[in-house]
Design a protein around this ligand. Structure first.
Ligand SMILES: [Zn+2]
Length: 136
């Protein structure tokens, strides 16, 4: 594809056929793509460097395998919150306290808005609230 003048090693093994069929004829700005790719390749939060190329074309974050919180970070957030799911609390539910393994970690500020995988950006929600949130 001519939009990627340089072919870094990360591009090997990408399903170019599929991407090409999907995006041929689309108006792609090579300079803008190159800038985005460069930034993503040095972004510590992006685990799948191979996924960067698919991401810039599809906009789907799943290809980046974004960094997840470690158990220690989750535990810290859990202790800080005292095991309370603030979403349940805000909704006025009877049950607001959960065990550690009944909760999931979430980024308070998402990666797409500059949020990093650091303790200050970690929030624990009960499974149900976390699922509902990711459905939006
Ligand atoms: Zn909840």
């Amino acid at each position: 594809m001519a939009v990627f003048p340089e072919k870094p090693k990360e591009m090997k093994g990408i399903e170019w056929g599929l991407l090409y069929n999907r995006f041929k004829g689309a108006e792609l700005d090579p300079d803008s793509l190159k800038r985005q790719i460069k930034a993503l390749l040095i972004d510590d939060e992006v685990i799948s460097k191979k996924g960067v190329y698919t991401y810039v074309l599809t906009g789907e974050e799943k290809y980046l395998s974004l960094r997840a919180f470690t158990t220690a970070q989750k535990r810290e957030a859990y202790d800080r919150q005292g095991g309370i799911c603030s979403d349940c609390q805000a909704a006025g539910k009877a049950k607001v306290h959960y065990d550690f393994d009944e909760m999931d970690a979430d980024h308070i500020t998402p990666w797409s808005r500059g949020g990093r995988t650091v303790p200050e950006n970690c929030k624990m929600r009960c499974r149900e609230c976390n699922r509902r949130k990711s459905d939006i």
